[in-house]
Design a protein. Sequence first.
Length: 313
Amino acid sequence: MKDDERKLQSESSGSDWVSGQSDESGYTGPDETIIADESADSPYTDSLIDNFTAGGILRAARERQELSIDAVSSALMLNHRVIECLERTNQPPGYDMSRTRIAAKSYAKYLGVPADAVLADFPTDEQPRLATAVPRSSVSETSRGVASRYALPAAVMACVVVLGAAIAFLIRPGEFASSRSTPSVAERVVAVNTAQESLFARSPLDAAQSDDLNLSLVSLRPAWVEVRGPDGTIFRSRTMARGEVYYPRVGAGWTITVKDGTAFEWRVDDRAVGNLAETAIPVYSASIDEAAALAAQQTEPTLAAASNSRPSR
């Protein structure tokens, strides 16, 4: 009797399990059901889009409306590359920021997205840049930075070189002056451009004797005279009146040219030492230094006698 009761209980429990299984015959697996539910409704995805960049907002809105890039490009009359750049939050090639903002605003209005949220990631130069700002090209800024980076050290080095040269010249000016020992072209031309020798061309210049001379040129009658420096500079070129006195610079390599050598007289301390020429002939480029040297030799005995005649202190 007990065996029959156990058999009936087992059969009833088996039928209940079969009936329960038949009620859930539409169940294909827990994994597939979970995937289908997540694909049907995904609030996490919506929250991620809301917190995304401007490009992500535009792309998500386009995909929700099942629009292709070509369709948007045709509707807005924009190149598909421009649409792609906007969806990547990038500035399209060849577009400035103003034109980029206009395209982004048109795209947002077309999709029904708030334009302010999109334009926040495309700031103008006056607006503060956000963390999601557009990566802009820095070619021009880089070129200016490189130029300024090398210009300042170059200017500093140039100033240092100029300052060093000035200091060296002030400390040792004699070396720079002695470097010009070779006569210039003008000096060599003056030296050979002599048609008639001067009265005082028989002896070389003695700087020690002639530097302290008070040498002057006196015009005995109205006559033309020209005085030049070694570089060709004209210090006097005119007709001197009778009795007019001219004091040339001694030891500077000056030369004198006259049309009549007998019309001018050399004097030292108002004492006549001789005419520029013994005959009335032109004299060209006569050396004033040579004239001073000869005048010093001629007046040396007179100067010595005058110094000896002075009473001692």
